[in-house]
Design a binder for this molecule. Structure first.
Ligand code: GLN
Length: 307
């Protein structure tokens, strides 16, 4: 891309053109607290070597939700090693929804990948520490190193999900039964619900994207995570990051990405950009409608597809 290219004009135009698509989506409702979001919000942020560009609701805080699965996977890979992680989760896409339980019994007795809830809960159980606080400290600590600021959780979303997360509880107890989860089930779930409740904004996600795009180097130039862990996480983002919408997303946008049901999408353009969108109205697969729509356009204009 030409050094004088005006990213700001591009993001402003994309936001203006695509904002209306938010109307086609629905707020996540199975975590009661998430129903309070304004479905019309939309934001897009692009982290470049020339700095951050953003348009729309990029400073609004929302919870990471499933995007946190990328962070805890990096922590587990770094602290426990590749072999220990792959002993508990596989590396195949499922074609099922993110919270599906069906394959746990019928496949090879471990969750198919770390981006679905069952796999992410298994990964959480691998994060070392004497207490949930200590384990959570490793996840929050990694984000703090990436974003160079303290991390907080949204207490009400955390409590809401902890009270109503019956399906995640079912997944976790099933995993325990098949020897797929280390340690105490309720403690692992507590850690999982906490990581899902971490507060970020769209600009933060673009910075996280750039951190992955540069293979684990933060903005100050320090290596934070090994390039191999980043490679594995980014590969999972391509094959499973948008759940059962990952194939279509790969065709339409073509970058490693991870969505969360609070409406964030984290995107990585290896070696070039971190890109992120926010829009809480979701499609039937749990991905932000306005987010996907903006990313499609951005990918066309900036030629982002890695394929
Ligand atoms: N906290 C949510 C859950 O476990 C995360 C799911 C998501 O963002 N898709 O159900």
């Amino acid at each position: 891309m030409n050094a004088l290219f005006d990213y700001q004009v591009l993001l402003d135009e994309i936001l203006k053109e695509h904002r209306k698509h938010a109307e086609r989506g629905q707020l996540a409702s199975y975590i009661p607290e998430l129903k309070k979001a304004d479905p019309k919000m939309a934001g897009v942020a692009l982290m470049t070597t020339r700095g951050l560009f953003e348009a729309g609701d990029t400073a609004v805080n929302f919870t990471l939700q499933s995007i946190s699965k990328v962070i805890s996977l990096l922590v587990a890979l770094e602290h426990r090693g590749v072999e220990a992680v792959f002993a508990k989760v596989g590396s195949e896409p499922t074609g099922d929804s993110f919270n599906s339980i069906v394959k746990l019994e019928t496949s090879e007795q471990k969750p198919l990948n770390p981006m679905i809830n069952a796999g992410a809960i298994a990964v959480c159980s691998l994060i070392p520490g004497q207490s949930v606080e200590e384990r959570f400290g490793l996840i929050a600590g990694l984000l703090e190193k990436i974003l160079a600021r303290p991390i907080e959780i949204d207490e009400s979303v955390y409590r809401s999900e902890k009270e109503t997360g019956h399906r995640n509880r079912a997944l976790a107890y099933f995993l325990k039964d098949i020897n797929g989860l280390e340690g105490d089930v309720e403690e692992v779930l507590d850690l999982y619900f906490r990581q899902c409740s971490i507060l970020v904004n769209c600009a933060d996600l673009a910075r996280i994207g750039m951190f992955l795009a540069t293979k684990g180097i933060n903005e100050a130039g320090s290596p934070i995570v090994s390039a191999n862990a980043v490679r594995l996480a980014s590969t999972f983002m391509v094959t499973c990051g948008m759940y059962n919408g990952s194939g279509e997303f790969a065709i339409q946008v073509g970058i490693p990405a991870k969505s969360g049901i609070a409406g964030g999408i984290l995107g990585v353009v290896p070696g070039r950009y971190g890109v992120a969108t926010f829009g809480p109205a979701l499609d039937r697969k749990g991905n932000s409608v306005v987010g996907i729509s903006m990313l499609r356009r951005l990918s066309e204009v900036l030629d982002l597809s890695i394929f």
